[in-house]
Design a protein around this ligand. Structure first.
Ligand SMILES: [Zn+2]
Length: 452
C-alpha cells in the first residue's frame, strides 16, 4: 500500500505532458503510471486533469537573515514559497555573513526548526578573508558562493579571480552580482537634486554598468575555469556577453527574475518606491531580450531574488528614492508570471518552464536527481497547477511577512493549487497544511551539466 496517489493529472516530464498519476512511498516517488496502473494508497487525490510538475527550486531568495528578521524569516519565507509552488528555497544572505562551518551549522538548525519547505543556502559574501574557507564550506554541503562587483559588498577583481580559481579546483560555483561600481558612481552624479522620481534609480545605474561587469567576470571565468553564475541578468547587452561566453565554451550560467520579465523602467514612477531593486528595471527592449534568452536557453534559471522589506522602508523613498529599500517580493509570483506571461502567452513552453524553474536549478545546486524532476526514487516534491485559472493578485493573498506586493491588482492566468514536499501536502485551499519544522536542509553535492 502506498502512502499517497495523485491521479487524473497531466504530468510534466522532460519529454512533455502525459496523462497519468504518481504514487508516493516514504516521501519518494514510487510509481509513475497511467491511472489504471496506479496501486492503492492511504490517500488518493484527484488532480482533475490539472498539471502536476516537480516543485520549483528558487535558486535565489533572501528569506532568513538573522539581522533582518523584520523582513522575512524561514517560516514566513517558506510559507510564501509553498503558496507559490516552490518546494526548495536556496537562501542568500543579506547582511549577515555565512562564511564559516559554525555559521553554516547555525543556519541549518535555524531552518530545520521553523521552515515549511526544504532549503539550502549560499555562503557569502565572498571577500579576501573568507576565500580560503571555500573547501571547508563545500565539505558542509554549501557549494554556492556569492560575490559583488559593486556595493554594498564590493569585492575587487583579485578576490573574484581567487574565488573562481578555488571553485575551479574544489567544485561549486561563484555567483556574482555584476554591476560596475565605478560606472554607477559616475552616472549617479547626473541626478544631484532629482531623486524624487523613482525612475532616477534606474537611470543612475545604466545598462553599461551591467554589460561591462558581466564581460569582465566572463573573462575571469575563462582564465580560471571556475563556474561563474551571473545573478539576475537584466539587459540585452548583458545577455549578449553571456551568450558569447557560452559559445566559446566558458563555464557561465545565469538567471532572470519575474520582475525584470514583467515591468520596465517607464513604469517606476507609477509603481513608486516598491519598484526599486538592484539591478533596476530596464527598458521594454531589454524585457523582450530576456524572454528571448529564456526561450533560447541562454538564461538557465528563473529565480525570485525575493527580498521585500517592511512597507515603511519603501515609503521613506517617496521624496528621495535613494532612501528606499532595494528589493521586492517574488516567491508567490515566480510560477504565476512564468505561467501567465510565459506559457499562456506563447513565449515559453511547459517543457521550458520545467527546465528553468525545477530541473536546471536542481542541477546547478547539486540537488539532482533527488530534486527537480518526476523520477522514480526522487523526492516527492511537486505542485499541482491549474494553467487556466484566472486570478487577480491582491495583498490579502500574501504569506510573506511583508504583506504587500509589487504585482498588486495584476490579472494572471495560471495558478498553483496544491504543493507537496517529500510526499506531504504543505499548501492547498489558500492555507498551509503543515506546521513550521517540516523543511529539511538539502546539502549540495556535485553539479550536473545543464541542457538548453
Ligand atoms: Zn539577491
Amino acid at each position: 500500500m502506498l502512502d499517497l496517489v495523485v491521479k487524473n493529472a497531466r504530468l510534466l516530464l522532460e519529454s512533455g505532458l502525459i496523462r497519468g498519476g504518481i504514487g508516493v512511498k516514504d516521501g519518494k516517488i514510487g510509481v509513475i503510471a497511467r491511472d489504471e496502473h496506479l496501486p492503492d494508497a492511504n490517500i488518493i487525490i484527484d488532480a482533475n486533469s490539472n498539471i502536476l510538475m516537480p516543485g520549483l527550486i528558487d535558486g535565489h531568495a533572501h528569506i532568513h537573515d538573522p539581522a533582518m528578521l523584520d523582513h522575512e524569516d524561514f517560516t514566513t519565507g517558506t510559507r510564501a514559497a509553498a503558496a507559490g509552488g516552490i518546494t526548495t528555497v536556496i537562501d542568500m544572505p543579506l547582511t549577515s555573513q555565512v562564511d564559516t562551518p559554525i555559521l553554516v551549522d547555525e543556519k541549518i538548525s535555524q531552518g530545520e526548526s521553523i521552515a515549511i519547505v526544504d532549503f539550502s543556502f549560499y555562503a557569502g559574501m565572498i571577500n579576501s578573508d573568507n576565500v580560503p574557507a571555500i573547501p571547508l564550506l563545500i565539505d558542509k554541503g554549501i557549494a554556492a558562493f556569492k560575490a559583488f562587483t559593486c556595493e554594498p559588498y564590493y569585492a575587487n577583481n583579485g578576490v573574484i579571480l581567487r574565488a573562481l580559481s578555488e571553485v575551479s579546483e574544489q567544485g561549486g560555483h561563484l555567483t556574482v552580482h555584476a554591476e560596475d561600481q565605478g560606472i554607477i558612481d559616475e552616472f549617479a552624479k547626473d541626478f544631484q537634486d532629482e531623486w524624487d522620481a523613482p525612475v532616477s534609480h534606474a537611470l543612475s545605474r545604466p545598462f553599461i554598468a551591467e554589460q561591462y561587469a558581466v564581460k569582465q567576470m566572463i573573462d575571469m571565468a575563462e582564465r580560471t575555469g571556475g563556474h561563474l553564475h551571473i545573478a539576475h541578468v537584466t539587459t540585452a547587452d548583458g545577455v549578449r556577453e553571456i551568450e558569447k561566453g557560452k559559445l566559446r565554451g566558458v563555464m557561465v550560467t545565469t538567471e532572470v527574475c519575474p520582475h525584470h520579465l514583467l515591468f520596465n523602467s517607464d513604469e517606476m514612477n507609477r509603481l513608486g518606491p516598491k519598484s526599486k531593486m538592484n539591478p533596476p528595471l530596464r527598458s521594454k527592449r531589454d524585457v523582450s531580450a530576456l524572454w528571448s534568452a529564456l526561450l533560447r536557453g541562454i538564461i538557465d534559471l528563473a529565480v525570485t531574488d525575493h527580498a521585500p522589506s517592511p512597507l515603511q522602508e519603501k515609503e521613506v523613498g517617496r521624496e528621495d528614492i535613494r532612501k528606499a529599500w532595494s528589493g521586492v517580493d517574488g516567491l508567490q509570483m515566480l510560477l504565476r508570471i512564468l505561467l501567465s506571461e510565459g506559457v499562456n502567452k506563447g513565449r515559453i513552453t511547459f517543457e521550458k518552464l520545467l527546465r528553468v524553474a525545477s530541473l536546471n536549478p536542481a542541477k546547478l545546486f547539486g540537488l539532482y536527481p533527488r530534486k527537480g524532476a518526476l523520477l522514480v526514487g526522487s523526492d516527492a516534491d511537486f505542485v499541482v497547477i491549474d494553467p487556466a485559472l484566472e486570478e487577480t493578485i491582491g495583498e490579502e493573498m500574501m504569506f510573506s511577512k511583508c504583506d504587500w506586493t509589487l504585482y498588486d491588482g495584476m490579472k494572471v492566468t495560471g495558478t498553483p493549487l496544491m504543493t507537496f514536499v517529500r510526499g506531504v501536502q504543505v499548501y492547498g485551499d489558500n492555507r498551509m497544511h503543515v506546521k513550521p519544522g517540516h523543511g529539511q536542509f538539502q546539502p549540495m553535492s556535485g553539479y550536473s551539466p545543464i541542457g538548453v
